[in-house]
Design a protein around this ligand. Sequence first.
Ligand SMILES: Cc1cc2nc3c(=O)[nH]c(=O)nc-3n(C[C@H](O)[C@H](O)[C@H](O)COP(=O)(O)OP(=O)(O)OC[C@H]3O[C@@H](n4cnc5c(N)ncnc54)[C@H](O)[C@@H]3O)c2cc1C
Length: 247
Amino acid sequence: ASGARIEVGTTARSLARRSDGGWTIVVGSADEPRLVQADAVIVAVPARPAARLLSEVAPAAALELARIEYASVALVTMAFAQRDFPAVVGSGFLVPPVEKRMIKAATFSFAKWDWVREAGNGTLVMRCSLGRHRDEHQLQVSDEELVEIALGDLADAIGLSVRPIDQHVQRWGGGLPQYAVGHLDRIATVRAEVGRLPGLAVCGAAYDGLGIPACIASAHLAVSTLLPDLPVRTYVGLGRMSPWQPA
Ligand SMILES: Cc1cc2nc3c(=O)[nH]c(=O)nc-3n(C[C@H](O)[C@H](O)[C@H](O)COP(=O)(O)OP(=O)(O)OC[C@H]3O[C@@H](n4cnc5c(N)ncnc54)[C@H](O)[C@@H]3O)c2cc1C
């Protein structure tokens, strides 16, 4: 109804400030680049592509963003016959690095969400999260091996002794930003430089928290900093839609 145009699956390649204060974004493939003109831009991509986009217009912010490291994650989702699964308490558990295990967390999805248990109709679905920061090499094995590793850790943790009736492995390379000591100062530096450029803001998991609510809050903050200066209510989104898998 607002007349907004939403483009998904389009890569933003570079960002430049026009002499009249507006913005030009180069989008599309390297072979067929296109220009998008905008009154304001919210850079809502992960830290490294954000650093590339900001490198010309906000080099200090780009430098800080480029330093944010990301961890990769693999999710091993498994289905078990209810009669085979050991009795467990709660909706799952977390595993600290000191345990020297590959699983970081187990979520008993059937216990966490009633609808998962009901939909299972006697089949229990649960999942393990594997992969720690700077241990990406541990994920460079086949899906089958990841399932075996998860089963081994579950055997030790909850006494699981049966195999799943089905399994699915999903990999999220570089999916989780890591907040190092000094992160708040880093983000303050980014926002200070970006904030000096009217019509530009940043948001997403790299800034104020990586859970969905924190990402939404950072988006609200970005929009609220831009709206007062906009000549008209114009919005060009730079994010690309991804499938969402609940933890
Ligand atoms: C396995 C896993 C499980 C999680 N579980 C939970 C959970 O249970 N609850 C919870 O609250 N949070 C969870 N999180 C965290 C949360 O999902 C993420 O932190 C959040 O979705 C990040 O949102 P975002 O918009 O910042 O980034 P993203 O969702 O990564 O969106 C950024 C988008 O930018 C696009 N992009 C990148 N470069 C460009 C470019 N140059 N041009 C255009 N587009 C570009 C990408 O394709 C991507 O679509 C989980 C994360 C992972 C990896």
